[in-house]
Write a protein that binds this ligand. Structure first.
Ligand code: RIB
Length: 303
């Protein structure tokens, strides 16, 4: 199992469930409120750790109750939190999440995540030297993400970027990514190719894009540019928050098995993740993932 360095956000998710999404100016009664650990970075770190990777998290939380709770939660998952830096000047990042019929709408207030700087990464440079792969997202400042890619290159480590939330990527950042893992909208935005067929974008970066496609599963191009499709696993969804993060955490964990097998397992892990509430609630352990995949293979053989 690999050593994974995750450079990214740590949020407290403030979740309300509603029977419908509110329209502009409308006040609705929600049916449930809960706080859950979240943030794309932390979620991906937890997904990888549960599947057996040795994970170090590099990020910032506020010096407040949410920050303490989230950092302790990461440590409880077996994640090295030496580089989860407490930030007196900012509050812990939060995400206001509305869940309706398993779908969600999210507003992120970055707080301390916005303070994660290139010099923080320099302080933690040993963590880049001591990992097998570096994984990042876009909920921290872009110059910090770019510096993470530079440090990964300096230490000869593959840099994998989940370009979420959607943002145009500079050519220099893109050229440093061994792999990007967008959904269809994030892919078009990242490459500045709105209006271009996603199949063309995938083939233009052979072996360097895995595109998640929700209920359709995932698509990827191999080194020759040929397109491949991994169908989704069938489950009953409770909450899709964090499905993409589970996919990313699993993908880096199983990366050494080759892209097709890593995508296969990442789709299975993300399917399981949506069966329970909260971004991290349904993320499987390695044993749970193996049982789920064995059962799925048995059913497939019978039919
Ligand atoms: O990808 C899901 C995550 O996005 C949530 O946990 C929330 O914190 C936002 O960052």
């Amino acid at each position: 199992m690999p050593r994974v360095l995750v450079v990214g956000s740590v949020n407290m998710d403030l979740v309300v469930e509603t029977p419908s999404f509110p329209r502009l100016g409308e006040t609705l009664f929600g049916s449930m409120f809960a706080t859950h650990p979240g943030g794309k970075g932390a979620n991906q770190a937890v997904a990888a750790a549960r599947l057996g990777a040795t994970v170090t998290m590099l990020g910032r939380v506020g010096k407040d109750a949410f920050g303490r709770e989230l950092k302790a939660g990461l440590a409880h998952e077996g994640i090295n939190t030496r580089w989860v830096i407490e930030t007196p000047a900012a509050s812990t990042g939060i995400a206001a999440i509305t869940v309706c019929n398993a779908d969600n709408a999210i507003i992120v207030v970055p707080g301390a995540n916005g303070c994660l700087s290139p010099s923080d990464l320099n302080s933690a440079e040993d963590a880049f030297a001591e990992t097998d792969v570096v994984l990042a997202q876009l909920e921290i400042p872009v110059p910090t993400v770019e510096h993470a890619a530079e440090l990964a290159a300096r230490h000869g480590k593959p840099f994998i970027l989940n370009p979420a939330p959607a943002m145009r990527l500079s050519d220099s950042l893109l050229s440093r990514c061994a792999l990007i893992t967008p959904n269809e909208y994030e892919l078009a935005t990242a490459l500045g190719q709105t209006g271009v067929r996603w199949q063309n974008s995938l083939s233009a970066l052979p072996g360097r894009v895995v595109m998640t496609a929700g209920k359709e599963g995932a698509y990827f191009s191999d080194r020759t540019g040929a397109l491949h499709h991994q169908p989704a696993f069938s489950v009953t969804a409770t909450d899709t928050t964090g499905a993409g993060d589970t996919f990313n955490g699993a993908l880096v964990t199983f990366w050494s098995l080759g892209i097709a097998e890593a995508v296969h397992r990442a789709c299975a892990a993300s399917a399981l993740s949506v069966t329970k509430p909260g971004a991290q609630g349904g993320m499987p352990t390695l044993a749970e993932l193996n049982i789920f995949m064995e059962r799925d293979a048995l059913v497939a053989n019978r039919t």
